[in-house]
Design a protein around this ligand. Structure first.
Ligand SMILES: [Ca+2]
Ligand SMILES: [Ca+2]
Ligand SMILES: [Ca+2]
Ligand SMILES: [Ca+2]
Length: 193
């Protein structure tokens, strides 16, 4: 079996096979577990795209394949504490990534993240036409994102708790599914993929 496989690889090595082998061998060490996850859910992804609906597993799989959570987890303990969450959430809301949350972005964000009857002037407490990080954190405390998403109430947010929290906001009618067009649009807007 291994001998046959080796023969095939030898033939393919003249072409793109060599590149595949190189990337495979690098994946098979440190990132082996992640790779298995991605492959398993890759099949599910095909099924979900076919019926035009996405569920929370889909969001977790896609998000897990990025480095966003790892980047936000500043102390590398695999959880977001509330400070890490607040900082990362500000980056998510700042959709043009210029470090400033402007009213035009904010208007879409409050709608897309499940808030109603929000007042820009309340968020922009010092009236300088932007919501800075301190103003943002104050507003977040009034909306309980972190404590609501922390499903097991241990004051630490796992990557899964995070994506389930996000998905719950996108899933307006709570049927566990989001239409493809909306999902693609939101995912691209907020997670840049
Ligand atoms: Ca952390
Ligand atoms: Ca901005
Ligand atoms: Ca302000
Ligand atoms: Ca938790």
């Amino acid at each position: 079996m291994q001998k046959n496989a080796k023969k095939v690889w030898t033939r393919m090595a003249m072409g793109i096979g060599l590149m595949s082998m190189l990337s495979f061998s690098s994946c098979s060490t440190a990132e082996n577990a992640d790779e298995v996850d991605t492959e398993t859910t890759g099949a599910e992804e095909g099924a979900k795209i076919a019926d035009g609906l996405f569920d929370s597993n889909e969001l977790f799989t896609s998000f897990n394949a990025t480095n966003l959570f790892e980047d936000w987890d500043l102390n590398d303990d695999n959880f977001l504490d509330e400070n890490e969450f607040d900082g990362s959430y500000y980056q998510v809301w700042d959709t043009d990534n210029d470090g400033i949350l402007e009213e035009s972005e904010w208007k879409d964000d409050v709608t897309n993240f499940g808030l109603t009857n929000e007042d820009w002037d309340t968020w922009d407490a010092n009236n300088d036409n932007q919501v800075d990080k301190n103003e943002f954190n104050t507003a977040l405390e009034d909306n309980n994102y972190y404590s609501t998403w922390d499903a097991d109430k241990n004051n630490q947010l796992t990557e899964r708790e995070y994506t389930d929290g996000i998905f719950g906001l996108w899933d307006d009618n709570d049927d566990g599914q989001v239409e493809k067009e909306k999902y693609d649009n939101y995912y691209h807007t907020y997670f840049g993929v």
